[in-house]
Design a protein around this ligand. Sequence first.
Ligand code: ATP
Ligand code: MG
Length: 185
Amino acid sequence: MTADDRAKQPETGLLIVYTGNGKGKTTAALGMCVRAVGYNWNVSIIQFVKGSWKYGELKGIKRLEPNIELHTVGEGFVGIVDDTKEFEEHRAAARKGVEFALETIHSRRHRLIILDELNVAAELGLVTDDEIEEILSARDSQQHLVITGRGARDWLIERADLVTEMREVKHPYQKGVLAQKGIDW
Ligand code: ATP
Ligand code: MG
């Protein structure tokens, strides 16, 4: 495809899913943010599982302000799902997260929106399929939406325009090498 062809084609917002057990889902989404900032787009990253952001990306994203904003809406991992009270608290936090994602998308201020670990929140039952549907239909034709996390719903994979499943071929963790600065955190 030539630059001329590209100029003729209308810009289309994509639904992108990064899933699978291999490393690189959040990294891939962050890479896309770097590209978006190159065009001076505004980007919003909404994190559904609190505490998953690491020092490196927090500081790195700071350097890309004001184009990139980062929000945390989750309440940490749900360990014991049969603990009803705890589950309800996580569910309430996730519901707020969905509301915030909807407001963000409806504001039309961002060309790229990342919902980091939303798949995990869905798998834990904290975010419902209906809520995800609502998020998907809130987009306008130009907004790109990226959803990351292991265990993406089958219907979401079906619906998405771009899906990459990270497959673990090797990971240093397997031979006891712990997470590395600048690579993992
Ligand atoms: P990353 O943030 O490095 O792109 P990810 O988004 O694909 O990883 P998550 O499921 O969000 O993976 O996992 C969060 C943490 O677990 C990260 O610190 C990541 O480095 C680490 N991790 C990811 N995949 C693996 C794996 N296959 N084995 C061990 N650790 C992993
Ligand atoms: Mg991740």
